[in-house]
Design a protein around this ligand. Structure first.
Ligand SMILES: Nc1ncnc2c1ncn2[C@@H]1O[C@H](COP(=O)(O)OP(=O)(O)OP(=O)(O)O)[C@@H](O)[C@H]1O
Ligand SMILES: [Mg+2]
Length: 323
């Protein structure tokens, strides 16, 4: 049977143009959002540099530069890691732009190799002005979300869903950055926050040239008592001084670095006024007590709770550093 002629060929030029225009003007809210973000981004780069480099040429150069910076994760570097699917999931257009922004401001020099893949983010080893950095890139679309989107996209009542999801992720990342800053100000053992832009968070790297430090759950400590006391004080200072609670305190979110515990993953930490802060605190202390008892100590929850709430911390002062 003969193929139907291409319907497009049957349309007059005029009709085609009209169709094209309509598509362009309506677009969908997500596309419009992406376009708006792109042009705003380019404008902000222009004004910050003052030179009139414009769209095409500079845009291309930007991506070449990003590509150079990303050569480690793209597979030309010493660490081969080419997984197209993962790459596409992590490095979408806006994420590349955020990386570029952080590269321009000198916070990121190169992105070298992936360290870990969490539920919400990929963490990479990178290099910055002063040496190694950890770059946590939050997923802006996850499998669950993608599944939902297919039912909702195209339904005019839900325009801009992807965009709203992105906004939420960005807020979450800023929250993790601020939480890290606040805890750091109180001298607590967390990775030093170095910078953030949209869904990308840059912080001090904990590990060696080739691998991140292990998590507390993966090591056997020589002196469980002193580690317990240190972590108990961490919870006490966080609560009494920083007026916060971690909310997901566990040996999975504590790294063992330089023979000391360093607490990570503070995005969900909340301030005391949060309606669930006390519930979170009890849960955090419970996790620590479980760890202690697994490691040969004999600790009671009530006693630990009392310590966290009443421990004398008059010797602890805020470091004189601004956020
Ligand atoms: N500053 C850092 N230096 C080195 N490695 C890090 C750093 N921060 C995180 N990691 C590594 O990345 C892993 C995931 O980090 P994190 O817990 O912050 O992310 P997440 O997406 O919340 O992960 P999950 O869903 O597994 O809790 C950590 O277990 C650790 O191995
Ligand atoms: Mg975690």
């Amino acid at each position: 049977m003969r193929r139907q002629p291409d319907w497009d060929n049957e349309l007059s030029k005029d009709t085609k143009q009209r169709r094209h225009n309509r598509r362009r003007s309506k677009g969908n809210a997500d596309e419009q959002y992406m376009d708006k973000e792109s042009s705003e981004f380019i404008r902000s780069l222009e004004s910050s540099k003052g030179t009139g480099w414009m769209a095409e040429k500079k845009y291309k150069r930007m991506f070449t530069e990003i590509e150079e910076g990303l050569s480690g994760v793209l597979g030309d570097g010493p660490f081969e890691w080419v997984d197209r699917r993962v790459f596409d999931a992590v490095f979408d257009r806006l994420t590349l732009m955020s990386l570029y922004k952080l590269m321009k401001s000198g916070i990121i020099d190169t992105l070298d190799f992936p360290i870990a893949r969490g539920k919400e983010a990929h963490v990479f080893h990178g290099t910055g002005e002063n040496g190694p950095i950890a770059v946590k890139i939050f997923h802006t679309s996850n499998a669950v979300f993608k599944n939902l989107v297919q039912y909702i996209e195209g339904d005019p009542r839900f325009g801009g869903l992807r965009r709203r999801h992105r906004d939420l992720v960005d807020i979450w990342v800023r929250k993790e950055f601020r939480n890290l800053s606040r805890l750091e100000k109180w001298g607590l053992s967390v990775p030093k926050p170095l910078g953030t832009h949209k869904n990308v968070l840059v912080m001090e790297y904990l590990g060696t040239d080739t691998a991140p430090s292990p998590r507390l759950r993966d090591v056997e400590v020589a002196d469980a008592q002193s580690v317990y006391e240190e972590l108990l004080e961490f919870l006490a200072v966080t609560w009494q001084k920083a007026n916060m609670v971690h909310g997901d305190f566990s040996p999975y979110n504590i790294m063992w670095h330089g023979d000391k515990p360093v607490v990570i993953d503070v995005g969900q930490a909340v301030v005391q006024s949060h309606p669930k802060s006390q519930e979170f605190l009890v849960r955090d202390v419970t996790r620590l007590v479980e760890w202690a008892n697994k490691n040969g100590l004999d600790v009671e929850l009530a006693e630990a709770m009392y310590d966290v709430l009443e421990m004398d911390l008059s010797h602890i002062d805020m470091k004189q550093e601004e956020e």
